[in-house]
Design a protein around this ligand. Sequence first.
Ligand SMILES: Cc1cc2nc3c(=O)[nH]c(=O)nc-3n(C[C@H](O)[C@H](O)[C@H](O)COP(=O)(O)OP(=O)(O)OC[C@H]3O[C@@H](n4cnc5c(N)ncnc54)[C@H](O)[C@@H]3O)c2cc1C
Length: 433
Amino acid sequence: MKIAIIGAGYSGMSAAWDLRKAGHEVTIYESADYVGGLASGFKEPGWKWSVEKFYHHWFASDKHMLGIIAELGLSEKVIFPRPYTVMYHQGEFYPLDSIVKAIMFPGLGWGINKIRFGLVGLFLRLTTNWKELEKYTVDEWMRKWTGEAVYKLMWEPLVIGKFGEKYYKQVNMAWMWARLHARTTRLGTFEGGFQAFADQFAEKLTALGVEIKLSTAVTHIEKNADSGEFELATSGGNEKASKVLVTLSPGAAAKMVPSLPREYLDGLLKLKSMGAVVLTLSLKHQLSRQGYYWYNIPKSAGFPFLAVVEHTNYVSPDNFGGEHIVYIGDYLEEQHEHFRMTKEELLEKFAPSLKKFNPDFELSWINKTWLYRTAYAQPVPLVNHSKNIPSIETPIAGLYFASMSQVYPWDRGTNFAVEIGRNAAALMMGKQK
Ligand SMILES: Cc1cc2nc3c(=O)[nH]c(=O)nc-3n(C[C@H](O)[C@H](O)[C@H](O)COP(=O)(O)OP(=O)(O)OC[C@H]3O[C@@H](n4cnc5c(N)ncnc54)[C@H](O)[C@@H]3O)c2cc1C
């Protein structure tokens, strides 16, 4: 088969790996001039490693990603440090990245709240029945089982942070289950950064015979009823393929293939998602004196962002010429003003709060800043989401769609991009998944 894959993120590259290995002719069309998609990175001249545009790491349970890395022969480049995550509570930060640490968290007191928190955590860690949980919202289920106080303190900030005021009461409980069920405290990355991995993945694909056309945006896909072939309009001219896999956001896919039947298009357009805004700073000094990696901050604490992530408390600053790399991130809807503000305006808004992380912080510590934003960062799984997931096989025979919005019940991630990309490849080759 002559296969066209739209997007050189991890779903597209993973699908290409399997399809090419099975002997098919594969071309990947990528609008950017680099591979890696949302998990791509950038690199300054003096740096040995790249920095991800949006903070990224793997979990030790990411078997699809670790599996394909092993097939690519790159396992020795994966490292799994054990950084520290903390949560803000009444002016202080407390370690909170394991059930034991969470149980020690002083905000919970020592009475019934701690017991309810522990028991619910244990239940969610042990149960596998997420189908039952997706019938409820996090808001109603957690309020009922952990009680109002525990919910408000521990769980509500997480859902508000990720899904905003608009959606946090609608997110289903299977999403929360998946986070607690599968995540680990050890966090993995690739020597050289995620971009180094994406580049090496692309090199292996090219060596295998996959053609990767960078800076080539696909604008329109149509199936020719007579020839049965797909005709692709791209910024580099028209192309043809016998089968096509689209790995973009549901909205972008709907726009690209307007001839999809109404019902499927409506299903794509109905899916909700949040965007992300991440301002990255290079600092002359370490921000967290305690060496913390990830600071979770409840929106109610009044900070103008959701998380501060000191990347160089996870991997060494030596990889970045001794510079200390700090991400300031938030999940927001595209209409939020942070999608329109400049880097300088955002820095002015965020900088005063950085003193709460280190009272000595001064603007003069900043070497350089970068700003990355994406409107499609986090799908929002509503109640009974499993019934609303568009199928990978679209109603147009030979056209396939694989995106973050179909990853479920797990929370989106590169691990699941690999899984869905490989599932799509199997379907394209007529294997049931
Ligand atoms: C803030 C944030 C934090 C995250 N943290 C983590 C994490 O810690 N760990 C983790 O594993 N995952 C994380 N993720 C999720 C991870 O980035 C995604 O799950 C994964 O990268 C999705 O891969 P994909 O191939 O499905 O899509 P994408 O990476 O979005 O790939 C789609 C590709 O299509 C290209 N494209 C778009 N339009 C066109 C067009 N018209 N023509 C041709 N090409 C086009 C894009 O440029 C892109 O390269 C995070 C994501 C965000 C936003």
